[in-house]
Design a binder for this molecule. Structure first.
Ligand code: NIG
Ligand code: FE
Length: 417
């Protein structure tokens, strides 16, 4: 099966097979008047239409980009897509002055979603997840990392990861599964959090490994949740199982999560709103990707991560939605890019690189995903606007017109097909 995408005004992409840093984040390759040919699930040609005609037979299928702009599909390297029970009432309480942590301490927050998720059927969790994946895809996300973490008991954590597996099989969006059973201390262990840490290591991780349900482990390293020492033990155990590590680091307080992530060779350290100079220096000197989540800062009305300082120091910066029912209920990477540019000071070029190639690197997939290059996955977005600037410039709406996943048109004129 071959697909030709013709009639684009522009193809814009970062380039490479590993994360980029510093001034290189700001560099895109932009081609005008080029076509893109996919064969099977790969890109095989980007270039002049006449050369395409000379070298290839007519394609089985042609997608008319109609003057739009071709980009790599977005990779969202940090999402919490499986849950029941929205938290719009908490949102309203926050608007009236209560803080996220105050609401959590009163039994709301993550534990409110845990209560609703535990009693939801696996079918209902899968149906909710599939619907959210449709929204991700319509907004141009073709691969995402999905975390468990609203079960906080063996049965529900396993069910959440099974939902991610089933959704990955049933939906065009590729899902990279992460076990986040260390998302919060479950209510039944509130008096003895240490007991939950031991159970994670002795019971939960071995069972997830036995069922082969995760590729990575994550933890919420935060004041009042898991301290540095507990997080170190949890993540060291993950490494023993052969999993990658992601870490919710320095999100609400400067605890040193960035330094710990680097010390343990984490694939990514995420949030980093309160990262210290020391943490920035550690990240800059390491392969650990700094995943920034400006949608969460916006939605919690809290400070933004020091993105400019991190880029200038040489950190490999990526962007993600953090999609979840509490701190950032949006599936839209274009919305995240708009915030990255308008609130954190990235250029559109930097934001696009961070949301594609560097996001793929955070998931260990920069060799296959994240740029429009021959040999890479045929995961592509066609914007309605003629240039890549429209991705951010035309803000507050969905700028994505068509989406191609693994060489197949899956969104046409904004509609799933
Ligand atoms: O990344 N920090 C912890 N986890 C989420 C919030 C989850 C929730 O509020 O349900 C986050 O912000
Ligand atoms: Fe998160």
């Amino acid at each position: 099966m071959s697909l030709l995408i013709a009639g684009a005004h522009q193809v814009a992409t970062p380039q490479g097979r590993s994360a980029v840093r510093g001034p290189a984040l700001d560099r895109l390759t932009v081609r005008e008047g080029s076509v893109v040919r996919c064969e099977g699930d790969r890109i095989v040609f980007i270039g002049d239409p006449a050369e395409h005609e000379r070298r290839f037979p007519p394609a089985d299928d042609v997608l008319d980009a109609d003057g739009g702009c071709i980009l790599p599909g977005f990779v969202d390297p940090h999402t919490h897509p499986v849950w029941a029970g929205a938290r719009e009432a908490e949102f309203n309480r926050r608007l009236r002055g209560e803080s996220y942590m105050e609401i959590a301490a009163g039994g709301g927050g993550i534990n409110a979603t845990v209560r609703a998720t535990r009693v939801a059927s696996t079918e209902a969790l899968l149906a909710g997840t599939m619907e959210r994946l449709d929204t991700f895809l319509r907004h141009g996300t073709t691969t995402l990392e999905g975390k468990s973490g609203y079960g906080l008991d063996l049965d529900t954590e396993v069910r959440m990861l099974e939902v991610l597996r089933a959704a990955n099989e049933a939906h065009p969006v590729d899902i990279v599964p992460t076990c986040l059973a260390a998302h919060e201390v479950p209510p039944e262990h509130r008096d003895d959090p240490e007991r939950w840490v031991r159970r994670l290591i002795d019971e939960i991780h071995p069972e997830i490994a036995r069922r082969d349900l995760a590729e990575a482990v994550d933890a919420f390293c935060e004041t009042g949740v898991f301290d540095l020492e507990q997080t170190r033990r949890l993540l060291a155990d993950a490494l023993r199982h052969g999993w990658c590590i992601h870490l919710h680091a320095d999100e609400l307080t400067p605890l040193g999560g960035a330094e710990l992530a680097v010390e343990l060779g984490a694939a990514s350290a995420d949030h980093l709103v309160y990262v210290t100079d020391n943490g920035i220096a550690a990240l800059a000197g390491s392969p650990t990707v700094a995943v920034l989540l400006p949608g969460t800062s916006f939605f919690l009305r809290s400070p933004y991560a020091p993105a400019r300082r991190m880029i200038e120091a040489g950190c490999a910066v990526a962007l993600a939605t953090d999609f979840n029912p509490g701190s950032c209920p949006t599936e839209s990477m274009p919305a995240v890019l708009a915030l990255a540019c308008l609130a954190m000071g990235l250029t559109v070029e930097e934001a696009l690189t961070a949301a594609t190639l560097n996001a793929a690197a955070a998931l260990g997939r920069a060799d296959r995903l994240g740029s429009v290059e021959e040999g890479k996955a045929a995961d592509l977005v066609v914007l309605a606007g003629p240039t890549y600037h429209h991705l951010v410039y035309h803000w507050g709406v969905n700028p994505v017109r068509h989406v191609v996943k693994a060489g197949r048109v899956v969104v046409l004129d904004g509609e799933l097909i």
